[in-house]
Design a protein around this ligand. Structure first.
Ligand code: SF4
Length: 376
């Protein structure tokens, strides 16, 4: 049996040709009809509050970073904005509502005051109620608002089809002076692992992933993929892993010594496929690797994630989402079929205990709507 350093060395030395061969043979283990499918979810984002108790050096989202154009830092998303987004999402036929915010925004007085004005006890209650509102509008929430307690995850499971938290990187030195997490006291590898573990214990279909190019090295990446594999082996709840490359942004101080390249990102996606196999979907956000989609498919990705027809990628606002037609053409010209999925993957809809009654009801209602549209 190989130890970690031997495994890392073997993976690092793999040529792209060899990597592609290995990926091909892993995919051959899938049923034939699944081998040539790439999925995506039609979603929109509700950016709830930019206030965050951390200040990760690479972050463009938190309230300390001035935003450009019409986008501003939000204390708490307005009620009329929520209704406007729901209405537009319904017109576009979105099924997933991505709820995102900074971590623990109600640690700030200005957010507390706004919540009080609107009769909410705390931010968590606001998010829970918003989940209910979205379900009533036939939209399936997927919440990623930073680290939560077991009790909070348990409560949010009731109103979320799936949830997410990037592991990003568990490399300890990122929290040292000069590291990207130096000013992010609550962003410890332990707290994120605990969150993902608790989601597993609670049977929450879960999205996690690596953020590349923030000061971690190849060995750290392999170690984190093995960690995700182990968490999934124990709890069976990781439905997808995002391989996300850091992109440079104006307005932040972080400038990597050696920026991550798209080629490196693609190679890590391929290595993720080798480590995680066919049981977990591998995803690269297509807006971050534009013009390399074909290469990403060859590296074993089988999901393009949430694509919004009308809201921004708030983490990478300069990188517009591609049109679904554009992805469709790329898939088709490479012999693949692009297929829409819900924020909860099919296999979890069939897995007992992985969704609440409320979620099941909304899934049924979405499926009924799709059925009657198809027959009309
Ligand atoms: S925790 Fe998230 S929102 Fe907060 S500073 Fe870090 S990356 Fe930004």
């Amino acid at each position: 049996m190989m130890n970690l350093s031997q495994k890392v060395e073997e993976l690092e030395n793999l040529t792209i040709k060899k990597l592609k061969e290995k990926i091909k043979s892993i995919k051959k283990e899938l049923p034939r009809e699944e081998q040539k499918v790439i999925t995506f979810s039609k979603n929109f984002t509700l950016s709830l509050s930019n206030y965050c108790q951390n200040q990760c050096a690479y972050c463009f989202y938190n309230q300390t970073i001035p935003k450009e154009n019409n986008e501003q830092n939000i204390v708490l998303i307005r009620k009329d904005k929520i209704h406007e987004l729901i209405q537009t999402a319904t017109i576009y036929g979105c099924t997933e509502a991505l709820l995102m915010s900074g971590e623990a925004p109600d640690n700030f007085k200005v957010v507390q005051n706004e919540l009080k004005k609107r009769n909410y006890r705390d931010f968590f209650q606001f998010v829970r109620k918003l989940g209910e509102l979205l379900l009533n509008a036939n939209l399936l929430p997927h919440t990623n608002i930073g680290v939560l307690s077991f009790a909070q995850l348990k409560s949010l499971k009731e109103v979320n089809a799936s949830m997410g938290l990037m592991i990003e990187s568990t490399c300890e030195s990122l929290s040292n002076p000069g590291g990207v997490h130096e000013n992010s006291l609550s962003k410890t590898p332990e707290s994120r692992i605990e969150h993902i573990t608790n989601a597993g214990k609670l049977k929450i279909p879960f999205t996690t992933g690596l953020l590349l190019g923030i000061g971690e090295n190849f060995q750290d990446r392999v170690k984190d993929l093995l960690l995700i594999k182990e968490l999934h082996r124990k709890y069976g709840h990781i439905q997808e892993v995002i391989i996300q490359n850091f992109t440079e942004k104006i307005g932040i101080n972080y400038r990597p010594i050696k920026p991550i390249t798209i080629e490196e990102t693609l190679k890590i996606a391929g290595i993720a496929k080798i480590i995680l196999g066919n049981d977990i979907a591998i995803q690269i956000p297509p807006n971050l690797i534009q013009n390399y989609e074909k290469e990403a498919i060859e590296m074993g990705i089988n999901d393009f994630g949430g694509i919004s027809p009308f809201t921004l990628d708030y983490i990478n606002p300069k990188h517009a989402w591609p049109k679904i037609d554009y992805l469709d053409k790329i898939c088709e010209s490479n012999g693949y079929k692009l297929m829409e999925r819900l924020p909860i993957y099919k296999k979890y809809i069939n897995k007992k205990g992985f969704y609440s009654e409320k979620i099941k009801k909304t899934i049924n209602s979405i499926n009924q709507d799709a059925g009657s549209k198809a027959n009309s």
